[in-house]
Design a binder for this molecule. Structure first.
Ligand code: NDP
Length: 244
């Protein structure tokens, strides 16, 4: 299936590393004009070295004012991918207010905020658009030490559905991808303990973790016209984990 984003303009958050970075590069390869957002300049420098057509924006998405300023001149956006997230792992009884607030601030509040900025423009232009939020299987299954992360992704799934409901009449589709463990640099690090990895892997019928490319392909499908009637879904990219 050929997917082309020729003539489209895309914004990707969390584009410095992992899934966001690979998505930004894939969108550019498919012809989109891409704006990449993260808060680490060195990552943007290496990204633009890898693909010079990408426009870098360095901003901490936890800072609403700075985000508004940074995104005010980005121009019309047709495709948005919210991939930035923070992962703080603690046993439930040790969760601190700071860790809770920081996680919600990036994983939920920043998604709402960036989507508001982009969707207002989409609505004003009247030509629709597509938004994909990067959620997780953790939105639907309890994982030890992931109390806050699971809660943020559960909230993100509901945010996705309400955005789909309210933005649908403006032909703006909103969906999420919900991957299992993904072999991004961070995923490899977090799941490097073979015993911990085996417990998770044993619950995945396909018997493997996701590669970054698996997730990117699902994101591209949801962004594209090939999924024109798909709105408000939380699409597992999990080898069947959520079916068991
Ligand atoms: P990475 O940590 O590799 O990438 C996340 C990116 O977001 C980084 O570039 C990071 O920058 C950036 N970022 C974080 N906080 C902010 C902020 N406040 N402002 C701007 N940018 C920020 O993560 P992955 O690629 O592994 O994950 C991407 C998405 O996929 C996340 O939403 C995650 O929850 C989800 N996911 C990942 C899974 C996995 O196993 N990897 C499994 C399921 C879902 P920096 O690193 O410089 O802080």
């Amino acid at each position: 299936m050929e997917i082309s984003f020729e003539g489209k303009r895309a914004l990707v958050t969390g584009a410095g590393k992992g899934i966001g970075r690979a998505t930004a590069l894939a969108l550019a390869r498919c012809g989109a004009e891409v704006t990449a957002v993260t808060h680490t300049q060195a990552d943007l420098d290496s990204l633009t070295q890898e693909c010079s057509s990408i426009t870098p924006v360095c901003v901490d998405l936890e800072d609403w004012k700075a985000t508004e300023t940074a995104l005010q001149d980005i121009g019309p956006i047709h495709l948005l991918v919210n991939s930035a997230a923070r992962v703080n792992l603690q046993p439930f009884l040790e969760v601190t207010p700071d860790q809770f607030d920081q996680s919600f601030s990036v994983n939920v509040k920043a998604v709402l905020h960036v989507s508001q900025i982009v969707a207002r423009g989409m609505k004003a232009r009247g030509s629709g658009g597509s938004i994909v939020n990067v959620s997780s299987q953790a939105s639907r299954r309890a994982l030890r030490n992931y109390a806050v992360y699971c809660a943020t992704k559960g909230a993100l799934d509901m945010l996705t559905k309400v955005m789909a409901l309210e933005l649908g009449p403006h032909q703006i589709r909103v969906n999420s991808v919900n991957p299992t463990v993904v072999m991004s640099e961070r995923g490899r690090l977090t799941w490097s303990d073979p015993e911990k990895a085996k417990v998770m892997m044993d619950r995945i019928p396909l018997g493997r973790f996701a590669e970054v490319e698996d997730v990117v392909n699902s994101i591209l499908f949801l962004l594209s016209d090939k999924s024109n009637m798909t709105n408000g879904v939380t699409l597992p990219v999990d080898g069947g984990f959520l079916t068991c």
